[in-house]
Design a protein around this ligand. Structure first.
Ligand SMILES: [Zn+2]
Length: 162
């Protein structure tokens, strides 16, 4: 996964079509659906309307780097959509407190910070190239002025000589 892929999954991939109604899943005798306000309660939570379920976007992106081979594989929310909404909040709270999420959260913070540093570097590079362009224009202009002054001088000198 490249940084561009990570950025996409963390920030772009999950935007939901406006007016999306979350499908109901039958749990026991009851119909439950994903509740949009959960997205505000859990910053890592994302809903995929393609997979019809919830994911932890931080763990989706960073788990491959934090899980050792001996650790148990990540469950729903990470390796697949979480669709059992009956005890969803309990499940999300458990996830919020799990060690894996804490590691992924630290990696997420670090990623955002590095990204901000990079874009600042890009901005600085742009600024310095813009600054260079301004200076080059100024130099070119003054060379042109010098050139035309010199040509004018040569012209008048020649005319004087003739
Ligand atoms: Zn997670």
């Amino acid at each position: 996964m490249t940084d561009a892929d990570r950025r996409k999954v963390l920030f772009n991939y999950w935007s939901l079509p406006s007016g999306l109604s979350f499908p109901y899943a039958t749990v026991g005798a009851q119909n439950r659906s994903f509740q949009k306000h959960w997205l505000n309660e859990f910053t890592w939570l994302a809903y995929s309307n393609i997979n019809n379920g919830a994911f932890c976007k931080w763990c989706v992106v960073f788990t491959p780097q934090t899980v050792s081979r001996s650790a148990k594989p990540p469950g729903s929310l990470v390796s697949g959509p979480h669709c059992n909404y009956e005890k969803a909040k309990e499940h999300y709270n458990n996830h919020q407190n799990c060690h894996c999420l804490k590691l992924c959260a630290a990696m997420f913070d670090n990623f955002v910070q590095t990204d901000a540093d990079k874009s600042r570097d890009v901005r600085n590079a742009l600024n310095s190239s813009r600054q260079k362009a301004v200076e080059e224009n100024r130099n070119r202009l003054s060379r042109t002025i010098e050139g035309s002054q010199r040509r004018w001088y040569i012209f008048t000198e020649r005319n004087r000589l003739q």
